[in-house]
Design a protein around this ligand. Structure first.
Ligand code: DP6
Length: 332
């Protein structure tokens, strides 16, 4: 059996930063995100009941396949082992995957990748796990944000405050509020410091305890703003949260700097847009690229302003999306 799943990246409005258990991706705080529509990982999985070894390949845009480098293949193999245990099957898997957006640059590529992998393995074994189960399976690959990518629309993870180990839950479907996420790419290479290292170092920041104390109220504000579709309320909270994440990174010991000069250029341009009455706000994950959140009516104006900046190599125009889907366009 062979199955292909396309799973989306997501952009966090309240960030997962700091883990109770790094290997199992059990977070120290609850996060809230918007699932994207166009930035996706496509993954094809085939189960080879008598196969000897798992095979992990990367597909190019032209459809060619090449063995994935060890740094990519190893976490995938470890996750396949867990998925085999979950499914109670032996044999081997052949896996091929491709992202349609820059990898490792703050566009949640591993979230999309691990969500697609878990869903494609389940599909090729003809299992139909509930969303909560799939959320847990996606996360156990080590990318916590993958827990959120199995659901569409607006998502919180973990679902319950008293269950850090729990699954993600959908707060509202994509149709609830058609927000745009315009990603200003100022750096398309992979980041130098992984999120994993960022999570590990986060508690060494002298400001980390203050961040954790401020988060419940900020998160409540974000969830209310989503419920009420109130961008004037959501925007400032999302910006404050992104700057907080980077403050923690920059004040960790040793410090981590994800920003590039282009990052600051985009931040200034978005402030200018607001000064000229275009409502748009920024957020950034663990990378230099900037996600600019706005309503569809302002998408054109914001995209044009971002594209005009010398530091911006390209603008990926995305918006809230519906979550993973099966595809018949197999990669092999
Ligand atoms: C800053 O451990 O899920 O994006 O495996 O790199 O996707 P990756 O990271 P993960 O941490 C995510 C960190 C973040 C914030 C977030 O998405 O919540």
């Amino acid at each position: 059996m062979k199955a292909t799943v396309e799973a989306p990246a997501n952009i966090a409005f309240i960030k997962y930063w700091g883990a109770r258990d790094l290997d199992a991706a059990v977070p120290l705080n609850a996060s809230v995100s918007m699932t994207l529509d166009r930035c996706r990982a496509r993954t094809t999985v085939e189960h080879l009941p008598d196969g000897a070894e798992d095979r992990v390949e990367l597909a190019t845009a032209a459809g060619e396949l090449a063995a994935a480098p060890p740094g990519f293949a190893e976490p995938v193999r470890r996750h396949l082992e867990r998925l085999r245990r979950w499914a109670g099957v032996g044999g081997a898997f052949r896996v091929a995957t491709r992202n349609n957006f820059p990898t490792g640059a703050g566009i949640a590529s591993s979230a999309a990748g691990f969500a697609a992998l878990a869903a494609a393995v389940a599909a090729c074994l003809e299992r139909r796990p509930e969303a909560a189960e799939l959320s847990r399976l996606a996360r156990l690959g080590g990318s916590g944000s993958a827990a959120r990518s199995v659901l569409g629309g607006f998502v919180r993870w973990p679902r319950d405050d008293d269950d850090a180990d729990g699954p993600a839950v959908q707060l509202a479907p994509a149709e609830h509020w058609p927000l745009c996420d315009l990603i200003a790419v100022v750096e398309s290479g992979a980041k130098e410091v992984s999120s994993r290292e960022g999570h590990r170092l986060a508690p060494t920041s002298p400001y980390f305890a203050a961040r954790l104390a401020a988060l419940p109220e900020r998160r409540r504000g974000v969830e209310e703003a989503i419920r009420e579709r109130d961008l004037e309320r959501l925007g400032p909270l999302v910006e404050e949260e992104a700057i907080d994440l980077h403050l923690i990174a920059m004040s960790s010991r040793p410090p981590i700097f994800y920003w590039q000069p282009g990052t600051l250029e985009v931040l200034a341009a978005v402030r200018e847009l607001r000064a000229s009455a275009t409502p748009a706000w920024v957020t950034m994950d663990a990378g230099a690229n900037v996600h600019v959140v706005c309503e569809p009516a302002d998408e054109q104006t914001v995209a044009a302003a971002l594209a005009a900046l010398p530091a911006v190599a390209s603008v990926l125009r995305d918006r809230v999306g519906a979550g993973p889907r099966r595809s018949e366009e197999h990669l092999f």
